[in-house]
Design a protein around this ligand. Structure first.
Ligand code: ADP
Ligand code: GLC
Length: 502
């Protein structure tokens, strides 16, 4: 472990630079933002010298406090005026660099998509600059006072960091030799661009081929990162194995198999200050495992808010999710009549695919007492749903980690999940053996089919009608350690290994 205590003769704390395109709460499209806010903070609390690099989107630029210009960068990636800033973001003590490049980043809304819902046409330059800047910092010199020993890049947006470092040779300006860790949060998103645009990246010509960022005739930024990163991680051990086979490899399984000796999985944690039922300011009443009265109050408040019948005896199943094919909410729609017929209620908070949005709205119109649907993005409602529901559904076809099932565990809201990726690693099915051994934390089904989901829901319903057993599972769920403590230590060990062995 790279531990890291201050004092004479002790090694200096390991310097780690996280590089990403989102950060909760100011720029968030999914769980990546939660991880990028919470992991560096947990690592800092554990004694690492951690910093964060993000594009200066308007929300971040405006919120950055104590801003200093670290270095002018000048013209780069089509932008005339680029500078590296440093400061801190609200609620965080992690020193944060922003790449100030108004031409590329000073745009409202989603970090990847324009107002028409299409990717910004210059995303190659926007995320090229992100990777390139991180590599400049890592190679030493851009911030004369601070050079990281490890650069931890997240997803395709930051996947060019190892590529740019490889392009300049391993040693940096001052002989520094930063190691790179690339975390794949979701292999489905790869950063794909026409090969003809390779020249915009300023990389050596050989990298336009199969040994570089080219893949099947296109540029794929994630593939480039996978080729050159010193360590590759995914956000759960099961997902790190699943992606080695064609079914879940999103075409990159071959590349990943080639690098399997560098690949491992570390299950995410959740921010236990933001997601804590005992202190959560967004919910109707706080509660903990020793007194669940507040949870019953949260359920009634949520039923009222969503216009559902105020029935404490009706099991309420909630979903907080992007509405994409990955998340399997079409499966839940198919089994909805059975669940409602058995006396259940459903609450859905999400947005995404217009057809799914439409179908869920229609389901709510057809049964307003039993189905509550909010299409949109609402952080407060997400908390009220996790607190007020009895069950949280995550019927994803694949799920690298998944965070909402862990929020559910913490709030005693039992997860109903497909046995894949991080869902398999974080939820224990309430089968007879697990109940007997007091290990059960939820309901797990083995196939992404309506039948399998329906069976899991029947199982959950059966549990609901046995309150003593249900309470036992709720308490076991709430006792899980879903914090960042263990994963932060695992990353620290991985960094130390990368620094020692390359
Ligand atoms: P993914 O990153 O694939 O979307 P995760 O489960 O890792 O899945 O993370 C999703 C995150 O986004 C969670 O923090 C969840 O609460 C949040 N979220 C998703 N949809 C919404 C929404 N409509 N409103 C509020 N929060 C949402
Ligand atoms: C991705 C994955 C999700 C994971 C999140 C944070 O968005 O889809 O499973 O929890 O990243 O790592």
């Amino acid at each position: 472990m790279a531990r890291v205590r201050k004092g004479a003769g002790r090694p200096a704390p390991l310097r780690v630079l996280h590089v990403a395109a989102e950060c909760f709460p100011l720029v968030k499209t999914g769980g990546l933002a939660d991880v990028v806010a919470a992991l560096p903070a947990a690592q800092r609390a554990a004694g690492l010298d951690v910093r964060l690099l993000l594009p200066a989107y308007p929300a971040l630029r405006q919120a950055l406090a104590g801003t200093v210009e670290v270095a002018p960068i000048g013209a780069a990636f089509g932008a005339a005026r680029v500078a590296l800033l440093r400061g801190t973001l609200p609620g965080s003590d992690v020193p944060t660099y922003l790449i100030d490049a108004p031409w590329l980043y000073d745009r409202p809304g989603n970090p990847y998509l324009g107002p028409d819902g299409h990717e910004w046409a210059d995303n190659l330059q926007r995320f090229g600059l992100l990777g390139w800047t991180a590599a400049q910092i890592a190679a030493g010199g851009l911030d004369p006072e601070w050079t990281p020993a490890v650069v931890h890049a997240h997803d395709w947006h930051a996947a060019l960091v190892p590529v740019y470092l490889a392009a300049r040779g391993t040693a940096g300006a001052q002989g520094a030799h930063a190691r790179t860790v690339l975390t794949v949060h979701n292999l489905a998103y790869q950063g794909r661009f026409p090969l003809e645009r390779f020249g915009e990246l300023g990389l050596p010509a050989w990298m336009a081929g199969p040994a570089g960022v080219e893949f099947h005739g296109d540029l794929r930024l994630l593939k480039g990162g996978l080729m050159f990163a010193d360590r590759i991680t995914t956000v759960s051990p099961t997902y790190s194995r699943e992606i080695l086979a064609p079914a879940e490899g999103h075409e990159l399984d071959d590349v990943l198999r080639h690098r399997a000796d560098r690949l491992s999985g570390i299950t995410n944690g959740i921010d236990d200050a933001v997601w804590n039922p005992a202190t959560d300011p967004a919910i109707a009443a706080t509660f903990d495992a020793s007194d669940l009265a507040g949870k019953a109050a949260c359920k009634l408040a949520l039923q009222r808010e969503l216009g559902l019948a105020s029935q404490s005896g009706a099991p309420l199943l909630g979903v907080v999710s992007r509405l994409t094919p990955q998340k399997g909410l079409d499966l839940l729609l198919s089994v909805l009549p059975q669940w409602l017929g058995a006396g259940g209620q459903v609450a859905v908070l999400g947005s995404g695919d217009p057809a799914l949005e439409h179908a869920w709205r229609a389901a709510a119109q057809a049964a307003p007492d039993a189905v509550g649907v909010h299409i949109g993005y609402d952080e407060g409602l997400a908390h009220r749903m996790v607190a007020g529901c009895d069950l949280i559904g995550v019927p994803s076809r694949f799920e690298p980690c998944g965070l909402t099932q862990m929020y559910g565990l913490r709030y005693g809201t039992l997860p109903v999940v497909h046995r894949v990726g991080g869902l398999a690693d974080t939820v224990v099915d309430a089968d007879e053996a697990a109940l007997r051994e007091d290990r059960a934390t939820g309901f797990v089904f083995g196939a992404a089919t309506p039948d399998a989901l329906a069976r899991a829901l029947r199982h959950a319903l059966d549990g609901w009608h046995h309150p003593a057993a249900w309470q036992q599972v709720v308490r076991r769920a709430m006792a899980q350690d879903t914090s960042w403590r263990v994963p932060a230590a695992r990353y620290a060990a991985l960094y130390a290994e990368a620094v020692a062995q390359g």
